[in-house]
Design a protein around this ligand. Structure first.
Ligand code: SF4
Ligand code: SF4
Length: 166
C-alpha cells in the first residue's frame, strides 16, 4: 500500500513538471511572436511623431481658425470666455474707427491658458461663429510654464467682418 502511494506521488510530481514546462513553452511562443513581429504603436514613438495622426475628434490644443488671408471669425462676443468653467480664456478687445467713422470693438488678443484647460470643448461648441477648434497637437510638455499661455490670434490678423468693413 505504501509502495502504491509512493508511485502516485512520483506520478503527480512528474505531471506537475510536465504541466509547468508546457505552460512555459506556450508563454514563450507568444513572446517569441512579438519578438519577430514588433508591431506595437508605442515602439514607433517618438520617431513617427511627424506622421502620427490622432483620431478626428481628438482635442489637442485650442486654436483660433484663420483663413489664407489671415482673417479669423471672432466677433469679440466673449461667450467662450464666460462659459469656460475654469477661466482658461481671456478675450481682450480694443476700439478702432470703422470705415464709416464710427468706433467699433475688435479683437486685440485672444489668450488661451493651456495649463488650465480641461479640454471640455465648451468654448468650441458655444461659439456661434465657429471661430474655434481643437488641433491635433498632442505634445504639450515644456520646461517653462509660461509657454503654456498662448495668444491665439496670429500677428497682423483681423476678423473677416473687419476686413469687409462690417
Ligand atoms: S471665439 Fe467665438 S465665442 Fe469666443 S469671443 Fe470670439 S466669437 Fe465669441
Ligand atoms: S476646452 Fe473647456 S476648459 Fe479648455 S478653454 Fe475651452 S471651455 Fe475652457
Amino acid at each position: 500500500m505504501a509502495l502504491l502511494t509512493t508511485f502516485r506521488e512520483v506520478g503527480t510530481y512528474f505531471r506537475e513538471i510536465y504541466s509547468g514546462v508546457a505552460s512555459l513553452v506556450r508563454g514563450m511562443r507568444v513572446t517569441g511572436g512579438y519578438f519577430v513581429r514588433p508591431q506595437t504603436v508605442t515602439q514607433r514613438y517618438p520617431e513617427n511623431r511627424k506622421e502620427l495622426k490622432m483620431f478626428d475628434n481628438f482635442k489637442g490644443e485650442l486654436i483660433l481658425v484663420h483663413d489664407e488671408q489671415n482673417h479669423h471669425k471672432c466677433n469679440v462676443c466673449n461667450t467662450c470666455m464666460r462659459k469656460c468653467p475654469n477661466g482658461s480664456i481671456e478675450v481682450i478687445s480694443k476700439k478702432i474707427e470703422g470705415a464709416d467713422g464710427r468706433s467699433k470693438k475688435v479683437l486685440d488678443k485672444y489668450i488661451y491658458h493651456l495649463d488650465m484647460c480641461t479640454f471640455c470643448g465648451i468654448c468650441v461648441s458655444v461659439c456661434d461663429e465657429h471661430a474655434l477648434k481643437f488641433d491635433q497637437e498632442f505634445e504639450h510638455a515644456v520646461f517653462d510654464r509660461s509657454k503654456l499661455v498662448k495668444q491665439l490670434n496670429l500677428p497682423g490678423s483681423i476678423s473677416q467682418k473687419e476686413a469687409n468693413n462690417e
